[in-house]
Write a protein that binds this ligand. Structure first.
Ligand code: GAR
Length: 207
């Protein structure tokens, strides 16, 4: 029997993308098992959602920095993910930048969702950056994680319109809804090994 494809999910927030992915797994749309959910925020909604679904969920204290894990925290995250034998790490609203040792431990096996059409508006509050810039089309991007910020090879994107009366909040909601469709679709393709990377280009096998 084939061993199931094992996913580890990292998140810092309410976990709506995790819920979309977990629902897709439960519905048989993603041939995988969510083996663990980790958070750097003790009371994060994502941990509660995981526990409701009886998925192992763990808080790991991030240490002294605001935007990255300190050395001990990084070691702890890597150890848990290695012991859990995950095949893929899915960042779902994980708000810390991953650095060298973490990236080396899981090279080519970490993906992220970002709330903009990259390479536009990397970094924080991309929906607000989109409104402030006045773009007419916004969206979300699923990409491999590399050593830069939101700079890895792009796996998939979905576009949404920016309406004249949008506020950052209404645009964020529309982007979020697009994320909940895009991320499970990309994770399913990764679990089915339907994706290959040629330089910066990610190619989807025709099925
Ligand atoms: C999502 O909009 C995701 O794109 C964003 O955080 C939100 C998490 O929502 N991620 C980033 O900004 C990463 N730089 P969720 O906790 O409800 O899934």
């Amino acid at each position: 029997m084939n061993t199931p494809f094992r996913i580890g999910v990292l998140g810092s927030g309410k976990g709506s993308n995790f819920v979309a992915i977990a629902d897709a797994v439960a519905a048989g749309k993603i041939p995988a098992e969510i083996a663990i959910v980790l958070s750097d925020v003790e009371n994060a909604g994502i941990l509660a959602h995981a526990r409701e679904r009886k998925i192992p969920a763990q808080f790991i204290a991030p240490g002294q920095f605001r935007t990255k894990l300190d050395e001990d925290a990084e070691r702890a995250f890597v150890a848990v993910l290695q012991n859990t034998q995950v095949d893929l790490i899915v960042l779902a609203g994980f708000m810390r930048v991953l650095k060298g040792d973490f990236l080396r431990a899981f090279a080519g096996r970490i993906v992220n969702i970002h709330p903009s059409l990259l390479p536009c508006f990397p970094g924080l509050q991309s929906w607000k950056q989109a409104i402030d810039h006045g773009v007419k089309v916004a969206g979300c991007t699923v990409h491999f994680v590399d050593a830069g910020v939101d700079s890895g090879a792009i796996i998939g994107q979905a576009a949404v319109p920016v309406l004249d009366d949008d506020t950052p909040e209404t645009l964020h909601q529309r982007i979020h809804a697009a994320e909940h469709e895009l991320y499970p679709r990309c994770v399913a393709a990764l679990a089915r090994k339907e994706i290959s990377v040629v330089g910066r280009r990610v190619v989807w096998k025709k099925v």
